[in-house]
Write a protein that binds this ligand. Sequence first.
Ligand code: URA
Ligand code: ZN
Length: 400
Amino acid sequence: MSKRILVDCHTHIYTKRLVSLLRSRTVNPRIHTNSPDGSEKLAILPQEVSGGRTVGPQYWDVRNKVSFMNRHSIDVSIVSLANPWLDFLDAPQAVTSAHECNADLEQYCSEASQLFASAQESGAVEAGRRMKAFGIMPLAEGVDPEHVVESLGTIAKSPSLCGAILGSRGLGKGLDDPALEPVWAKAAELGLVLFLHPHYGVGADASQPSGLWGSQDNGHVLPLALGFPFETAAATTRLILAGVFDRHPTLRLLVAHSGGALPILSSRLASCVAHDPHVCNRLQHDPRYYLGKIYYDAVAYGPEELEAVAKIIGRAERYKSGNKGQVEDVVERGTGRMMFGTDHPFFPPTKEDGTVITDDQTETWRSVTENLEAIDEVPSWTKEAKSGVFGLNAVKLFGL
Ligand code: URA
Ligand code: ZN
């Protein structure tokens, strides 16, 4: 029997240059050592009060990523810069830093290839093809969209880069900003996958005192478990409502955390659109149709959630204008758009006392096994559907 191919499409790093930059800052986002134990903390989330999370080499050292991949039988990783990317830089710094990061990401992949090659393991995928990366666009306030378009050209020419990470802020006005139109056009023309990922959360505004964090110390649970998925849902919806998929039907968008809250809210969204005179005649199709044009990671941690997402995507054709009720739902249309991810190095294993293991070279990560088991245990998915989600869908989408 042939071995299953496992591709991790959601796994992060900070480049060493970005780590130095974060260490030099005195306001968030930053890496500091002000905590009582003097350990390095990464404080990146808006309104972060706990001082941040403990960080170590797993956030930047390629040897940790390679060890993590080997330990979890991951054949290929497509790394992306972790949040908040370059959002916090001024325009000229963002443009320069995007160039540097894309070169550094290429170098990171090449160092990984050397490590894989020197280990001389004969896996399913050859050493030189096991580490790929999403590039970075200079998306920050005040950047000329032409610079963003240019960065996509650079990414398309870089051998190890196969798409670009995308936050929800765009150039400061969100993803429905008309200034981003040439960016969608270029990404569609080049066939680059844009990976939409949250950072800010939703619910952090002043109208909800400590709404995203809670009035007790809940660590990062509320912003990560709830704020992130709502932000992702809102950002994707803004793209849909701005008609981006009508104008760029070939745009390839991969959405983090299985689409966040959007799949489960998509019929409510459709109903709200249908009842709103400002929007009801704007789109070519029912909003639910566009969910079938998007790709989703399988970072949902539970089989029932994965099954629901695939079913919702699998019914999207029903909502193409003119098709209503006449098209059969096909779950494989849904599973064919989903792909495994880990979110490494976030969600590391903890010791018995709750402290985080920061330079881990030996542990099996629960955040990985949970997502693997979730895929394996979806009751209604065929073996082929599962192989697709484990890796073959990513092989096809990214041409790995
Ligand atoms: N926390 C983050 O800040 N980013 C992630 O990608 C996951 C968890
Ligand atoms: Zn992530």
